[in-house]
Write a protein that binds this ligand. Structure first.
Ligand SMILES: [Fe+2]
Length: 159
C-alpha cells in the first residue's frame, strides 16, 4: 500500500480530503446562516440571541479554519470559493430569518446534517487510523451534539 509522508494510505487519504472539502463547504453555509440570523433576529429576545448567534458563528469560523488546514495537512487543497461551496452545499439556506424559533430550528437542522457528514468522515478516518482527522471529527461531534441538546431545551421552553 502506497503511503504519504504522514504514513497514511494515499488513495484513502484523497477520499478523506474530498469529504473534508464537502464538510468545509457545508460549514461555510452554516456559518453564513448564523450571520444571517445574528443580523436579522427580531423580538423580545433579541439581545440574548444576537449574542448567542455571534458565539456560534465565531466557533464555526474556528472549525472552518481547522477543517481547511486539515485538508492541507493530509496533502489536499481546501475549497475557498463561494462557487464551490454552493455546489457542495446540502444544508437548508436560511434567508431573511427573523423569527427566534425559526432561527433556532435552522441551527438544529444545520448541525444535525453536519453531524452526518462528520460521522461519514469519522468512519473512513477510523478505517485507516487517521487519528488527526478522527479526533477532530470526534471533538466536533460531541460539541455539536451538546449544542443541539441546548437548542432543543430552548425550543421546549413552553412545556
Ligand atoms: Fe455583529
Amino acid at each position: 500500500m502506497k503511503t504519504n509522508i504522514l504514513g497514511l494510505p494515499v488513495k484513502e487519504s484523497e477520499l478523506i480530503v474530498s469529504e473534508l472539502n464537502i464538510l468545509l463547504s457545508n460549514f461555510q453555509v452554516y456559518y453564513q446562516n448564523l450571520r444571517g440570523i445574528h443580523w436579522n433576529i427580531r423580538g423580545k429576545r433579541f439581545f440574548d440571541l444576537h449574542v448567542k448567534f455571534e458565539e456560534l458563528y465565531t466557533d464555526a469560523q474556528i472549525k472552518i479554519d481547522l477543517i481547511a488546514e486539515r485538508v492541507l495537512t493530509v496533502g489536499g487543497t481546501p475549497l475557498h470559493t463561494f462557487e464551490d461551496y454552493i455546489k457542495n452545499n446540502q444544508l437548508v439556506v436560511g434567508k431573511n430569518v427573523s423569527n427566534d424559533e425559526k432561527a433556532v430550528h435552522l441551527i438544529v437542522t444545520s448541525l444535525s446534517h453536519l453531524l452526518k457528514l462528520e460521522r461519514k468522515i469519522l468512519n473512513k478516518s477510523g478505517e485507516i487510523n487517521d487519528e488527526g482527522t478522527n479526533s477532530m471529527m470526534s471533538d466536533f461531534i460531541s460539541e455539536q451534539e451538546k449544542t443541539i441538546w441546548m437548542m432543543q431545551a430552548w425550543l421546549e421552553e413552553t412545556l
